[in-house]
Design a protein around this ligand. Structure first.
Ligand code: UT7
Length: 336
């Protein structure tokens, strides 16, 4: 295989959500909200949350184990965990995940790009494989936003859920189904305040004063984020399809970050691709941040919606702000 023929190929897919379910009615028992408001504004009906004592790493290990099983592999050269809710601020979560998966002393690191984390991680991992620095990479997206939400914030509580999803990438040929192509990444740090946890990093620690409790919670300005999500995911998907050599109307499935069912509909309208081509599991899991795209892939694959040979574009948008997308022909794999 020459350098230009070598590609990173998706060869396994796994996902995991914690068993505890919180329905819209459960939220409405403690907050001024309703199933009607949440489902009509977001498309979400329930979400999964970790129990006290659980962690992002726990979910990542489960999803990673399933992706390895799906690929029929027991090892990977590198483990990448995309997360904004690491088990601890320091060190990264990935080394412990790699250890718990029995992968020994392999390279392991985290990537932080919030809801675009999985796309950023896939792109990074693909770079290692394509350059010949690794033969395989386990790419995991995992988040537990239930641990950083303000219990009194009805908007974020309604949206976010916990989960993990993982893909096994191996070296292969650019012409194979599963080969990643047309990666596009973007960011707008000028709008970093729209989605944030204000304290816990160097800025609010370096004052020496303890942070106010509210500053340790996740906040999001929903309206502007909505508009930016539609704008950037639409243009990113178009850019990636073009780079892959596909006309937008030739895309069989657009698997987007599941932030809001209305965002999926607005992107579909903007790029003029039928909404039926946008798999959605948001009703069942909510917005699971870095886990969102691989969870949507796993569910669409299990539901028979995502089929081998289909032209697929994955797209994300989130805090940073960040966005990105990548294209592939869906491989013949079984999600675990
Ligand atoms: O994952 C990263 C990217 N994230 C996104 O893409 C999220 C993008 N944003 C959104 O999905 C939507 O903006 C939200 C779902 C967050 C909010 O929906 P919205 O239609 O934009 O509502 P809004 O923020 O404009 O609020 C409308 C009203 C407000 O009341 P007033 O001021 O009109 O009296 C809110 O206080 O709805 C109220 N509201 C709620 N009411 C009942 C907000 N959350 C709730 C709630 N239950 N859970």
């Amino acid at each position: 295989m020459t350098g230009s023929d070598r590609a990173a190929v998706v060869a396994g897919l796994g996902s995991w959500v914690p068993p505890t379910v919180v329905t819209n009615d459960d939220l409405a028992r403690h907050l001024d909200t309703s199933d009607e408001w949440i489902s009509s504004r977001t498309g979400i009906r329930r979400r999964h949350v970790i129990d006290p004592g659980g962690s992002t790493g726990d979910l990542a290990v489960e999803a990673g184990r399933r992706a390895l099983k799906s690929a029929g592999e027991e090892r990977a050269d590198i483990v990448v965990v995309a997360t904004s809710t690491p088990d601890r601020p320091c060190p990264a979560t990935a080394p412990e995940v790699a250890d718990r998966l029995g992968l020994g002393g392999v390279g392991a690191f985290d990537i932080a790009a919030v809801c675009t984390g999985f796309v950023y991680a896939l792109g990074t991992a693909a770079g290692f494989v394509q350059a010949g620095f690794a033969r395989s990479v386990l790419v995991i997206g995992a988040d537990t936003f239930s641990t950083i939400l303000n219990p009194a914030d009805r908007t974020t509580r309604a949206i976010f859920g916990d989960g993990a999803g993982a893909v096994y990438l191996r070296a292969g040929a650019a012409t194979e189904p599963g080969a990643l192509k047309g990666l596009h990444l973007g960011s707008d740090g000028g709008q970093s305040d729209l989605i944030q946890v204000a304290a816990g990093g160097s800025r609010q620690r370096s004052t020496g004063l303890p942070a106010a409790a509210e500053a340790t919670y996740f906040t999001m300005e929903g309206r502007p984020v909505f508009a930016e999500a539609v704008r950037h995911m639409a243009s990113s998907v178009t850019t990636t399809a073009d780079a892959a050599g596909w006309a937008v109307e030739d895309i069989d499935k657009v698997v987007l970050h599941q932030a809001n069912a209305r965002i999926l509909a607005a992107v579909a309208e903007r790029i003029d691709v039928p909404l039926e081509r946008f798999p959605a599991n948001i009703e069942r899991v909510g917005n699971t941040v870095a886990a969102s795209i691989p969870l949507a892939l796993a569910d669409a694959s299990a539901d028979g919606e995502l089929l081998p040979g289909q032209r697929v574009v994955l797209g994300g948008f989130g805090g940073g702000l960040t966005w990105g997308s990548v294209a592939l022909v869906w491989p013949d794999i079984t999600a675990a």
